[in-house]
Write a protein that binds this ligand. Structure first.
Ligand code: NAP
Length: 257
């Protein structure tokens, strides 16, 4: 292996990471990527207990220090208990990826108050909960990287997704504010905006709609969880030591703003 590749493989050696919502999709891809690069990986899930256990077993079988937690990120008390448990077992938390998210799509005319509240609570309040809980250990150690998985829809809006777009746009304001608040303690906070990524979330869409979206993408394909995970790896590592408060798209060129 060249020196360069060896260095790349060790990017997160000695770091402890938490990924919320990693039982499947993008979160799972991120958990695998951080583990591949030497991190101890803690992750959460909510309903997918078997898949959560499967991921923990897979990572451990590869020799990774890993632990899955069943924890609802939208519940403040559970978020606090989660961070306390990780800090107690692993000593620290260096990287947090706020990835857990849902969609409850509907046109505004048909959108229920429950659909609005659920999406704001799970997509946006979760980020507040987990970030607030983790700031104490990060402030103490005077370092950390927080990465919030937003969406291109948070920048552009999307018909039928007013709740989702509002939650994802909210994450961007939160990210920039936290970058300003915690920067003096070397804690960085950045947002990633995936475009159209192949996961169960987008698997619910009909194929005609999918084809029409792909046609709009300059790179002419959907993204993969790995495409997103590569950007998260960069933001988690010291390669991005002077980058904070930023919103970066990983969308095949779908948006150029
Ligand atoms: P997904 O396949 O539906 O997976 C969502 C994950 O979030 C699951 O692991 C789920 O756990 C977890 N989760 C949901 N509610 C939770 C809660 N309250 N507490 C803890 N975990 C919770 O979604 P995905 O496509 O991978 O999306 C991941 C993130 O990327 C989301 O924030 C999404 O908005 C964002 N994103 C996705 C796309 C895309 O095209 N797919 C594009 C832009 C942004 P369980 O399995 O246990 O329910």
């Amino acid at each position: 292996m060249s020196d360069y590749l060896w260095h790349m493989a060790k990017l997160l050696e000695g770091k402890v990471a938490l990924v919320t919502g990693a039982s499947r999709g993008i979160g799972r891809g991120i958990a695998n990527k951080l583990a591949e690069h030497g991190a101890t990986v803690c992750f959460t899930y909510l309903s997918s207990v078997e898949k959560g256990q499967e991921l923990e077993n897979e990572l451990k079988a590869q020799g990774v220090n890993a632990k899955g937690f069943r924890s609802d990120a939208s519940d403040m008390k559970q978020a606090e208990e989660l961070i306390t448990a990780i800090a107690a077992e692993f000593g620290t938390i260096d990287i947090v990826v706020n990835n857990a998210g849902i969609t409850r799509d509907n046109l505004l005319m048909r959108m229920s108050e429950e659909q609005w509240d659920e999406v704001i609570r799970i997509n946006l309040k979760s980020v507040f909960n987990v970030t607030k809980a983790v700031q104490r250990p990060m402030l103490k150690q005077r370092s950390g990287s927080i990465i919030n998985i937003s969406s291109v829809v948070g920048r552009s809006g999307n018909a039928g997704q007013a709740n989702y777009a509002a939650s994802k746009a909210g994450m961007l304001g939160f990210t920039k504010s936290i970058a300003r608040e915690l920067g003096s303690r070397s804690i960085r906070c950045n947002a990633v905006c995936p475009g159209f990524i192949e996961t169960e979330m987008t698997g619910e869409l009909d194929s005609k709609m999918t084809d029409a979206w792909v046609e709009q993408i300059p790179l002419k394909r959907m993204g993969t969880a790995d495409d997103v995970a590569n950007l998260v790896l960069f933001l988690a590592s010291d390669l991005s030591a002077y980058i904070t408060g930023q919103t970066i798209n990983v969308d095949g060129g779908m948006q150029t703003i």
